[in-house]
Design a protein around this ligand. Structure first.
Ligand code: ZN
Ligand code: ZN
Length: 350
């Protein structure tokens, strides 16, 4: 904050707020100055905030926590300016916050941060966070094992999703980290094919992309299996995606750029004549949110740091035919990458 020139900081994005304060509720704002931090929330969270928040004073308010936080910041001696993250603030919110300030402060007191201040702290995971992410990723692998024994041709995609999500809860997940993707047959050519009433074919690919939330942290993995016997083209395309995925996993290391990792996957698919069919970036950071920085995409110059956790998930999508994606979570280490999702990637025939 000092370096960025902001004596006050208003944090409203809940994952940022949770990271700084430990508070897991759904309505709060955190005000930070050089001397103090105060978390504002409402009466529903009196007991929970007292339990979870140790690094900030807690104040229960009956109106908007963000407005109370902005007003508190404005009343702090020496705080003539407070930053907020414009990526997580609506125009309407900002207008309401400003309107609640004393007239002389309305125009100048709240100022958009030129770059996020809290999010970069979350990029590198500490030991405790890594332990949780490992646990979440392994829970994902367990779910994949379970669902392999459940899948039968003729089932609706949403039955597969329901079974997976039901098991996730039974195994201790707080929830799913995003809407489960179950895309079968020609639908597997849609990178984000959410589970629908479509029935699993006797023969064809089935893409499963899912994740759980454990202690607030997200897991994310994809496996594509084949129902019935795959033809030569299906088999070859699968091998190309697997090779691309493994090349990118092998490229992960502290110090390399995320663009370098992306290119490792992309060049394999280019050589296989599948460059056009790989229509998204190779991966993304994952943590308290399912999609975080760094993005692993073409031309990205962000350098990987030890402790970052990213996904590696190249895919090939042939409209009207089939699609294949393979995704692991990988923790960046000093010398390489540690795969957190060790479920098999060999082509499974069900
Ligand atoms: Zn995924
Ligand atoms: Zn992902």
């Amino acid at each position: 904050m000092t370096r960025a020139g902001f004596p006050g900081l208003l944090v409203t994005h809940l994952p940022d707020l949770r990271y700084l304060s430990g508070f897991t509720g759904s309505s709060a704002a955190l005000a930070v100055t050089r001397r103090a931090a105060r978390l504002f929330t409402d009466g529903r969270y009196t007991a929970q905030a007292a339990q979870e928040v140790t690094a900030a004073q807690v104040q229960i308010v009956s109106s908007s926590p963000a407005i109370a936080a902005a007003q508190w910041l404005a009343a702090q001696p020496g705080v003539e300016l407070a930053g907020f993250d414009p990526a997580w603030t609506t125009v309407a919110e900002l207008a309401r916050w400003r309107a609640a300030l004393p007239a002389r402060l309305r125009r100048v007191f709240l100022s958009a941060l030129p770059a996020p201040l809290v999010e970069p702290l979350r990029w590198v995971k500490d030991e405790e966070e890594l332990t949780i992410l490992v646990e979440a990723a392994l829970l994902g692998c367990k779910l994949f094992e379970h669902i392999l024994g459940f899948i039968r041709p003729g089932q609706a995609e949403f039955e597969v999703a329901a079974e997976l999500e039901h098991q996730a809860r039974l195994l201790g997940a707080e929830g799913m980290s995003f809407e489960t993707i179950v895309a079968s047959g020609t639908r597997s050519a849609m990178p984000h094919g959410r589970a629908t009433p479509a029935r699993l074919p006797r023969r064809g690919f089935l893409t499963l992309d899912f994740g759980v939330i454990l202690k607030g942290y997200c897991s994310d993995m994809t496996r594509t299996v084949h129902l019935g016997k795959p033809g030569a083209r299906e088999r070859n395309t699968y091998q190309a995606v697997l090779q691309a995925q493994e090349a990118a996993v092998a490229a992960v290391s502290a110090g390399v750029t995320s663009g370098y990792v992306d290119e490792a996957a992309r060049s394999v698919l280019r050589q296989a004549g599948l460059a056009e069919a790989f229509s998204h970036s190779t991966g993304h950071g994952v943590g308290l949110e399912i999609h975080e920085s760094p993005r692993i995409g073409a031309g990205q110059t962000t350098r990987l740091l030890p402790g970052m956790v990213v996904t590696i998930e190249p895919g090939v999508y042939l409209e009207g035919q089939f699609g294949i994606r393979i995704e692991d979570m990988v923790a960046v280490t000093r010398t390489g990458g540690q795969v957190l999702t060790p479920a098999t990637k060999a082509l499974i025939e069900l």
